[in-house]
Every structure is written in structure tokens, then in C-alpha cells.
Design a binder for this molecule. Sequence first.
Ligand SMILES: [Zn+2]
Length: 289
Amino acid sequence: MFGAVEAGGTKFVLAVGTAEGELVDVTEVPTKAPEDTLPAVVDYFRRYQLFALGVGSFGPLDLAPDSPSLGILTDTPKIEWRGTNIRLRLEREVGVPTYVTTDVAAAALGELRRGEHGPLESCLYITVGTGIGAAFLLHGDIYSGMNHPEMGHISVRRAPHDTFSGVCPAHGDCLEGMASGPAIHARWGMPGQALPAEHEAWQMEAHYLAEAVVNYIYTFYPQRIILGGGVMRHPHLLGKVQEGVLERMRGYHVAPTVRSIQEYLVAPKLGPLSGVYGALLLAIAGYRG
Ligand SMILES: [Zn+2]
């Protein structure tokens, strides 16, 4: 058996699965301080005979190749987790090789391999929730440069007459600062789930997401873009973003696949399990070397 962890801001999703990538058991523990959460994670996995563990974690993380602190949480806004190395702790305490990537890269892997999106050479997965992140997969591998990208923190053009200063602690009005779940809450004084479908919040949200998607298309030109995360569960938002993307491209270098925007910019197919499926695949791939 193989173990999988999706370490998120509010909960850790834990799972065990087979070498074929099928989930056998899934459970959750709340994200509190490391000394409260990690022992519960270790206890869960000690009940199984595992070959390896895969972790998709919130970040930022040190994922620089060959870094001595590989897997350590760096500038995370969750202060009590800064300096924690989830990968190393689990490897030592569960006693099996443990592999780590970002939560969004794990979700991207899960969707690409298990989500029945068809064979894709390149794919971008974006999540819009408590934070915003994206991962680019090329030939099935997660793209990383000197460290993992932070595509949620790009600069985007402001919506006309928008004076909101943004909530990103580092940048203020970057994409995450303007369009994450906490940004919606701060801007409108209530969470996205409480805002009705006809509220202007959704057109504003679609503006920022469409701005970002156009930037990602022109940067990577992926064969498919999957747009997931809690904020995207709002029923009409995806359609608004799809429209906004084509409008902004203004016909310039628009591939025929992009013109079929409903098939090009799509929702995830594995729902909340994308990340844990991806972490399982990471464990299996790591174990096989
Ligand atoms: Zn930012």
C-alpha cells in the first residue's frame, strides 16, 4: 500500500491506496498547529504497511532540487507552520520514503492521470480557494524552475473603477490578493457562498480570473486548462471566465482548441479528491524511481 496526504490550510486529507493508484481509505484531520496535526497524521499511517508516502502541501515550500531543506515550509502565512518540514517528519516517524510537491501540483497530477481528460502533452491546473495557485504539467511532469512557480501571485490589470487594495500580505493587489476566497470576503463583507448568482461580485471575480488565464495561455499555451478550487464551485463563474478569456484574446493567436472554450477551459473531474489522488501517484512514482 501507498500513503497520500493533501496538506491544506483547514484540513489534512489522508488516504491509502494501491500500487494501481486506487484509493482504499480516505480520512481527514483538521489543520491546527504542527504538534497537534502531525502526530494524528503519523498515527493514521502507522496502521498500514506502506511502501512510500506522497504529500501535496500548502506552501510556499522549499522544492529546490538537491536542497538540504527540501520540503520545508518557508514564507507561509500560517506562521506556526513556518520552518516545519512535513516530508522529513513523516519520513522519520512513519518510516517510509516520503515525496513532496505543492498541493496544486498534486491536484494537477491527479486530474491529468485520473480525471479522464484524455491524453494531454501539456496541461495547466489552477485552483482558486483560500489561495490561488497553478501547476503546469509537460509530458506528465510537474514544471519547476529554481523552485516551484507561484502563479497565483502574478500582477493583473484592475477591473475598471475597482479601488479594492487587495489582501495578499506580500503584494496587496496581485491575483490572489484580488480574487481568492478571502479577497471576495474582504471586498464584499461576506463569503462567496453567501453572494447570490446575480451579484456583481461574480463579474468582478471573472475579470481577474480571465486576466490570469489569458496570461497563462500566452505563456504556456497548454492543451487544456482545468480551473478548480472552492471559489469555482459557484455555478455561473466558469462560464463568465470562459467568455472573458475569449474577449481578452481579441482573436490574436487563438488556437482552434481555445475557441472551443467550453472544452478547453474546464472544471476538475475528481472534485475534492484531485489532490489526494495526485499525492498517491507521487508516492508510487517516487517508490518506483
Ligand atoms: Zn501576492
